[in-house]
Design a protein around this ligand. Structure first.
Ligand code: AHQ
Length: 245
């Protein structure tokens, strides 16, 4: 399974400089799901409690896919130093040590978000509310990351360049628009801001170092576009499903 790629550029074209290449990666932020109509409506207070519950229950599937995706990447990483950095991402979601409190991990924090919006733990973990379009998008991401060369899978995680802003938006708007949600339930968004920044530092270093010809750089942009489409199509599916309830 491969992603749709742009036609190969003229091989005589020179590679972009690292600065230009990074600027083009960041420019892809225009397609980030922060601009999706459902996300705009959600952060403007336009979602009913049922629609929020629909979004939280469906995004839970994405959250539990992330550590499996990262484990698949580690399996393809020959270099111990790279694995030592990447394994942090699995622990961020699955937790570590006694898995209590701050060490419980992001999947546990998302479970608290679920309870805060009115979804009991068992119902969230049953995945009953996850719609086909969300499953397909998340599964496509995990499958890509497990089959692609590890540097390409690293590149696909760079949608997190744009993630700190979307977490900050939720923290800035939900307490006003959705005062019925216990503030503790939003702790996942708070924890992700520094972690996303740490992830992107590593992911960008690998990407700028690995994709060095013009054709490879174009491939990196196509990979990022694929992942942006994973996130965008998840919200398409959620918007359709939530609207029906
Ligand atoms: O909570 C998110 C998260 O842990 C990750 C990991 C990273 C990846 O490896 O692809 N992407 C990602 C994202 C998270 N939250 C999303 C959101 O909208 O809350 C954004 C998403 C991303 O930007 O890829």
């Amino acid at each position: 399974m491969d992603i749709a790629t742009s036609p190969l550029p003229d091989p005589s074209l020179p590679a972009w400089t690292r600065e230009e290449f990074e600027a083009r990666l960041r420019d892809k932020g225009q397609s980030y799901h922060i601009h999706h109509p459902f996300n705009v409506r959600m952060n403007a207070g336009g979602c009913s409690p049922d629609e929020l519950r629909c979004w939280v229950a469906n995004r839970f599937y994405y959250q539990i896919c992330i550590p499996r995706k990262d484990a698949a990447i580690i399996a393809n990483m020959p270099d111990r130093a790279q694995r030592r950095q990447w394994v942090e991402r699995i622990l961020d979601h699955d937790g570590y040590g006694d898995h209590e409190g701050d060490r419980a991990g992001g999947i546990e924090a998302w479970t608290h978000l679920g309870e805060a919006v009115g979804i009991p733990r068992a119902e969230l973990w049953s995945l009953q509310r996850v719609v086909p379009g969300v499953r397909f998008a998340c599964d496509a991401y995990v499958n890509f990351a497990s089959r692609a060369p590890w540097q390409e899978a690293v590149c696909s995680s760079l949608t997190e360049m744009f993630a700190p802003q979307i977490h900050k938006d939720r923290l800035a708007t939900w307490p006003t628009h959705y005062p019925w949600i216990d503030a503790e339930g939003l702790s996942y968004f708070r924890t992700r801001i520094p972690l996303a920044t740490r992830d992107v530092d590593h992911g960008l270093r690998v990407t700028l170092q690995h994709f060095t010809t013009r054709a490879a750089q174009q491939r990196a942009l196509d990979i990022l576009q694929f992942k942006l489409s994973v996130l965008w199509s998840m919200l398409d599916a959620v918007e359709k499903a939530c609207h029906e309830h």
